[in-house]
Design a binder for this molecule. Structure first.
Ligand SMILES: [Zn+2]
Ligand SMILES: [Zn+2]
Length: 284
């Protein structure tokens, strides 16, 4: 398969050791495109590399094109790691990052915060290159945001309450169409952009977790996220070749009980297509 999906982080804000923060690599003809950079991103990239995903490069040195869904910290806390670790491992090209309004300011602040490190590594004894720490940040609007010989990437609006500038992404390559929801409540735009796609990677929370009274509140979930029942309804309209759940929300911050089987069972009640709950380092 020329196009592969590598799940680098399938978690949410809760720091579950087995789940890194949201990060997904779409690899097309051995070129990686990264969506989101939650905490732990480059450690998971290194693990995927060791598992055989050579396209990422050692320490992520081959990751040069990055898309961000929204500015929540669980999706961005790996930003300095993404910028500096591959540079220190030898990346020479500046990163190109596409994302919502605010990504330019975040980039400037991160680079400023690590200025002492940049100066030390470019002027000291152990000299690193002077380009690989640089970032070209692009603030995007819905539409085609990136295109090259491998892939066309289209951004469309997600609905994530106060994070008004939030995006979902559609990747179209020669052999596959992959859509990734980011964090979102149900939207017609997602259905329109993913109808008949090969892989739909979608966030979801379990109705059982919602009923259990665990935080966040049902009202918060309803305005920010997508329930298992809503996702089943979406999948029935989209008919993806494969539905993959990620950023799964379980019984709340207080418990680490895995319940993705409950989530999948809930989805299967109303949706009869192929569906899997992603774990870190799964490849689809
Ligand atoms: Zn999130
Ligand atoms: Zn979010």
């Amino acid at each position: 398969m020329a196009t592969k999906v590598v799940m680098l982080g399938t978690g949410n804000p809760r720091p579950e050791p087995a789940r890194s923060g949201p990060a997904t690599a779409i690899v097309v003809n051995d070129t990686p495109y990264l969506v989101d950079f939650g905490p732990g991103v480059i450690r998971r990239v290194a693990a995927a590399y060791e598992k055989g995903v050579a396209a990422l490069g050692y320490g992520g040195v081959n990751i040069k094109t990055v898309l961000l869904t929204h500015l929540h910290s669980d999706h961005t806390a790996g930003y300095p790691d993404l910028i500096f670790t591959p540079w220190v491992m030898g990346r020479k090209a500046p990163l190109a990052v596409y994302g919502p309004k605010g990504i330019k300011a975040m980039t400037e602040h991160v680079l400023k915060a690590w200025q002492v490190d940049i100066e030390a590594r470019t002027t000291g004894l152990n000299q690193h290159n002077r380009t690989g720490w640089q970032v070209n940040a692009h603030e995007i609007v819905p539409g085609v945001v990136y295109r090259d010989g491998n892939v066309t990437i289209t951004a469309f609006p997600a609905r994530h309450e106060e994070m008004v500038d939030s995006f979902s992404y559609r990747f179209e390559s020669a052999d596959r169409i992959v859509v990734i929801s980011g964090d979102t409540a149900p939207t017609q735009a997602l259905i329109d952009h993913s109808r008949g796609c090969d892989v739909l990677i979608h966030e979801a929370y379990s109705m059982m977790a919602c009923r259990s009274g665990a935080r966040p509140s049902p009202e918060f979930r309803r305005r920010h996220h997508t329930s298992s029942a809503e996702l089943a309804e979406i999948a029935n309209q989209v008919r993806p070749g494969l539905l993959v759940t990620y950023h799964r929300s379980s019984a709340g911050e207080e418990t680490a009980t895995p319940e993705h089987d409950v989530l999948i069972e809930e989805i299967r009640r109303d949706y009869k297509g192929r569906v899997v709950a992603a774990n870190d380092l799964d490849i689809f």
